[in-house]
Write a protein that binds this ligand. Structure first.
Ligand code: FE2
Length: 426
């Protein structure tokens, strides 16, 4: 007797099978002729492990327009605007925005998120709030937090102490922003200092790194070096790495093997990179994305991150990782069937590996979390970015949508989410 059977779905690898769930775990992946408390017919539908976002800012999300919009559309004005927002935001408002976003995410099958949280404000209010949110959503979203000294570890006078305090409070991962420090030397020093903190505490590292069009921004080199020196292989990610799009190719031919050797993962964020980078260019205007296919060809792990939804840096976004992969495959020109399937894998299995999610996946013994999509296979899912017919988290159905419903919108959210906000479900 199973708690739940997902019947006859298409797995991303092409298998057509049933999935049996019991006690919050996947216990069978085979044709099942057995009873279950609940059976979901997924015939013809894609059944995928949940979407995973390894790069997000939950303290800033859904704040678009407060206190004003980003007029230049640049990263630097976004950072300035975020500084203004920090002065006026309140714990209740930050929490409400974060929980609202978690609802959006869950309804789209996005069940694991790595969110940076700013550690530069002495109150550490954002840290406190997101730790609370992490507890409250734990039944359906794995929320991993990164201590992120947004204004620079050395550039902001109290950032170092506050970052240490945030880690003491239970933040999971060490972050940084070397390209925003005052000098290249300070940037490199921040990478060393932050990696040493991570090594001492046994934590992972995920640094905003070289998020600039300046080809001389080479902090990824220091990040790879420190990863190797401190034995952090497999536990470090460099987010963005956009400067690599403009680096000299001879230098890149030396750099990529160093990144591969250190097992540093890369997290480009295509929606944000294509929007923010190249703003100072005339024509030809550079694509803002790092060298995705070239890194993968060297054996470097590359996932797709989302970064922002309706905040000081990006005015759009929904929480749909298929939108992220869709943009990524266009900008990186990953158009062959194999490359498109890889893009789907990047927003599921690869991102889960980057976050170190040990219970993740469609396999026996894994946590019973999955999503049923109104598409036949991963490429069709990327093309259509279709409805999520059913989302299962920890063995429980948390969101459903009838086939042919209107595409998800704020006013048309699934039953689970409407209930959560106290509205009528029928
Ligand atoms: Fe970011």
């Amino acid at each position: 007797m199973f708690d739940l059977i997902i019947k006859g779905g298409n797995l991303p690898d092409g298998r057509v099978t049933d999935i049996g769930i019991k006690d919050h775990k996947i216990v069978a992946i085979e044709t099942l002729d057995a009873d279950a408390a609940e059976v979901i017919d997924a015939t013809g539908d894609l059944v995928s492990p949940p979407f995973v976002d390894p790069h997000f800012h939950m303290d800033a999300t859904l704040s678009y327009g407060t206190p004003r919009i980003n007029a230049s559309g640049t990263l630097l004005e976004g950072i300035g605007l975020w500084g203004e927002l920090k002065q006026v935001m309140t714990p209740d408002e930050v929490k409400a925005r974060a929980l609202e976003y978690c609802d959006w995410a869950a309804s789209l099958g996005l069940l694991a998120i790595r969110s940076h949280v700013d550690t530069c404000h002495d109150s550490l209010m954002g840290v406190e709030v997101l730790l609370e949110v992490r507890r409250e959503v734990a039944d359906y979203i794995d929320l991993q937090l990164v201590a992120f000294p947004q204004d620079g570890l050395f550039r902001s006078p109290t950032a170092y102490d506050n970052t240490i305090r945030a880690l003491d409070m239970g933040v999971d991962v060490v972050g940084g922003i070397p390209h925003f420090e005052r000098t290249m030397a300070d940037g490199a020093r921040s990478v060393t200092t932050l990696c040493e903190i991570a090594a001492k505490r046994g934590l992972r590292v995920d640094m905003h790194c070289d998020e600039t069009d300046d080809p001389h921004s080479r902090h990824i080199e220091t990040l790879a070096f420190e990863t190797q020196r401190l034995g952090l292989q497999g536990r470090v990610a460099g987010s963005h790495l956009t400067s690599m799009h403009s680096m000299d190719s001879y230098y890149v031919s030396k750099l990529l093997p160093l990144i591969a050797e250190a097992q540093v993962a890369a997290i480009p964020n295509p929606l944000i990179n294509i929007m923010l980078q190249g703003r100072h260019d005339s024509f030809p205007k550079r694509r803002g994305l790092t060298r995705v296919k070239e890194m993968q060809a060297m054996g470097i792990t590359v996932g797709w991150g989302q970064d922002c939804v309706m905040d000081p840096w990006y005015s759009l976004g929904t929480g749909d990782m298929l939108d992220v992969a869709f943009m990524g495959l266009h900008v990186a020109q990953m158009s062959s069937p194999d490359e498109m399937r890889r893009c789907f894998d990047m927003v599921t299995n690869v991102n889960a590996a980057i976050m170190g999610l040990e219970e993740y996946g469609l396999r026996i013994g894994a946590k019973a979390s999955l999503v049923v999509l109104d598409a036949g296979n991963p490429i069709e899912a990327l093309r259509l970015r279709p409805d999520r017919l059913c989302v299962v988290a920890n063995g429980k159905v948390i969101s459903r949508k009838s086939r042919n419903d209107a595409r998800l919108s704020l006013s048309g959210r699934p039953e689970f989410l409407r209930r959560r906000h106290g509205a009528h479900s029928g």
